[in-house]
Design a protein around this ligand. Structure first.
Ligand code: KG4
Ligand code: ZN
Length: 356
């Protein structure tokens, strides 16, 4: 990166409020873009609040962010934030500007803008998906020479995308879901089964004791030429199978969730491997909430080792997989190093922000 030499050490305060986690982080970086130290990483999850509605309610999320964000800032910095000028514990601010829930994003953005104004610090608005990609750089096991081009499989509650990364901050979406995201396939199926929100971890837990070969479920678009995904048909198949098995036993539940998980994992892996070969990448990242899925990580890792010579498997650390602000700080560092800086007066949320 161009201006790399100018920066020795930089501490970034990051804010993330795009969905149902209020998060604040303070991360220190050195020259080469590798996060040196995560000094603070506070996350206040709203999952218990949204559980009673069976999903995230935007208005409730925004109100909860408002309640939580200053408390988290106080917890992270206390009186240090009230100090002036050079005594401040950070050099710049990174804040998620989109995509996500508009009212939820606004809470984080306004907090960031207010701090940038009051403390006279540079601020950058970050794409939440770039943040997820950057989370792979927080995995100490990935600390080797990062070589481009890379392929990132982003699998979260709202997104399923295959992104070709030619360099820091340079993205091309080569495949994406045409309907539901992988996380939605987990969450909606879990809801049909009467499991609490969010469904992904619940399904993974049940699937642990199950046999993935018992129930036959479709692998939508798996053999399709494009790198796009489609998961809504799977949801329909889940509904139909459940209708046929009214009094489902515990064992059947385990087998069913294992079969469902495998159907999702198969499609994700097949497309990722094919894209990795096609674009001759040097490494494959898997990031976003669904990448917490142990089977996805294990099987994807094994197949990359087996089928793709000299391609590194670069998952993000379990600690930074679901929404957090340390990943936003990392993407913020890349942007600031490129000389990007936004005018707090003109910053606005972008709920539909595309990564490209
Ligand atoms: O990235 P994330 O925390 O939030 C969004 O940006 O959407 O992802 C949340 C998603 C949810 O759909 C949740 O069910 C899923 O990640 N998830 C999992 C697992 N843990 C979280 N899906 C499958 N297996 C898991 N172990
Ligand atoms: Zn996310």
């Amino acid at each position: 990166m161009g201006n790399r030499k100018k920066i020795k050490k930089m501490r970034i305060l990051a804010i993330e409020t795009s969905c149902d986690e209020t998060a604040i982080a303070l991360v220190e970086f050195e020259k080469n873009g590798t996060p040196v130290r995560v000094l603070k990483n506070l996350i206040s999850s709203q999952i218990p609040i949204h559980q009673k509605y069976g999903g995230v309610v935007p208005e409730v999320a925004a109100r909860t962010h408002v309640m939580e964000i200053v408390t988290l800032l106080d917890e992270a910095f206390g009186s240090k934030l009230k100090a002036q000028g050079s005594k401040l514990p950070f050099d710049a601010i990174a804040v998620t500007r989109g995509p996500g829930l508009a009212t939820a994003l606004r809470v984080g953005l306004e907090t960031g803008r207010t701090l940038a104004y009051a403390l006279n610090k540079p601020i950058v608005g970050i794409n939440h998906l770039e943040g997820h990609i950057a989370s792979a750089w927080l995995n100490t096991e990935n600390r080797r020479a990062w070589q481009f081009p890379l392929l990132a499989l982003i699998v979260s509650g709202g997104h399923t995308e295959l992104v070709l990364m030619k360099d820091f901050c340079q993205y091309k979406i080569v495949g994406q879901t045409r309907d539901d995201a992988a996380g939605e396939a987990f969450d909606k199926s879990a809801k049909l089964m009467g499991l609490p929100y969010p469904g992904g971890p619940q399904i993974a837990k049940l699937a642990d004791g199950g046999d993935a070969k018992v129930f036959e479920l479709p692998r939508p678009m798996m053999k399709h030429d494009s790198f796009d995904f489609s998961f809504s048909g799977l949801k329909t198949a889940v509904r139909q199978t459940l209708e046929r098995h009214q009094n489902i036993s515990k064992k059947q539940k385990q087998d069913f969730t294992a079969s469902l998980q495998q159907a999702i994992v198969d499609v994700l892996i097949e497309k990722t491997l094919r894209a990795a070969k096609r674009f001759k990448v040097k490494g494959v990242l898997v990031v976003g909430g669904v990448s917490a899925n142990r089977e996805l990580r294990r099987q994807l890792g094994e197949r990359i080792v087996r089928e793709l010579k000299d391609v590194a498997f670069l998952p993000s650390d379990l600690a930074y997989i679901t929404d957090n602000a340390a990943m936003i700080a990392t993407a913020g560092f890349w942007r600031l190093q490129k000389g990007e800086k936004h005018d707090w007066k003109k910053m606005d949320v972008d709920p539909e922000w595309n990564l490209e």
